[in-house]
Design a protein around this ligand. Structure first.
Ligand SMILES: C[S@@+](CC[C@H](N)C(=O)[O-])C[C@H]1O[C@@H](n2cnc3c(N)ncnc32)[C@H](O)[C@@H]1O
Length: 198
């Protein structure tokens, strides 16, 4: 059992059952009904939401416990999602496979692996497809309302703009708002939204 399995053991959904507010806001940039990859989706709130909106969703996570809660959520809402137990560091998504690739709160990735993980997300995105990344900026650490206590795990617009400089950047925006996404992400938060076309 890994550390996230242990965090997900309770019946309660740590990040809630509603999608991340940023996903609802940014959904309009996704290719409608597209083949969509949601990485590190945990308990399934984002994949189930996208399936309900007509996307063909594959969602991954390395936590079996998280994904079994995700399957339960999908079943309860009558949605179909292809769930795969996958470690993000061992995944080699084939080139240009998905119309939409989505990474929400994957701040567990340490700085030495950040670039290769973020590059692999682009690799999985089809030409003309959309990449959506949402997470925390370094200011989040002082706010203590979610995420790990490591500023170097977080993103800035400079970092994402540089890593994805070969893409057409649609949105790259840092902002602060109060979010209520389960007990895990709750309160004033320093967030970043990034959307780009491949
Ligand atoms: C902060 S949670 C976010 C979950 C989901 N994206 C959401 O917004 O509700 C981070 C997720 O990353 C997953 N995770 C951590 N390390 C991972 C790894 N090496 N490979 C795949 N998933 C991992 C955890 O199991 C957890 O579900």
């Amino acid at each position: 059992m890994n550390s996230w399995d242990k965090r997900f053991l309770s019946d309660e959904y740590l990040f809630g059952t509603e999608p991340a507010q940023a996903l609802v806001k940014l959904e309009e940039h996704l290719l409608p009904n597209g083949k969509t990859l949601v990485v590190a989706d945990g308990e399934g709130r984002n994949s189930v939401y996208l399936a309900s909106k007509g996307f063909q969703v594959t969602a991954t996570d390395y936590s079996e416990v998280g994904l079994s809660k995700a399957r339960k959520l999908a079943e309860m809402q009558g949605q179909k999602v292809n769930y795969l137990v996958q470690d993000i560091y061992e995944t080699n998504w084939s080139n240009n496979q998905y119309d939409n690739v989505i990474a929400i709160f994957i701040q567990f990735v340490p700085p030495e692996k950040q670039r290769s993980v973020l590059n692999s997300l682009r690799k999985a995105t089809k030409f003309g497809g959309t990449l959506l990344v949402h997470g925390y900026t370094p200011e989040q650490v002082a706010l203590k309302t979610g995420g790990p206590p490591n500023t170097d795990h977080m993103y800035t617009t400079e970092l994402l703009n540089e890593i994805y400089s070969g893409m057409k950047i649609i949105i790259s925006n840092e902002y602060r708002i109060v979010i209520e996404e389960g007990q895990g992400h709750n309160g004033m938060s320093a967030l970043i939204d990034f959307v780009a076309k491949n």
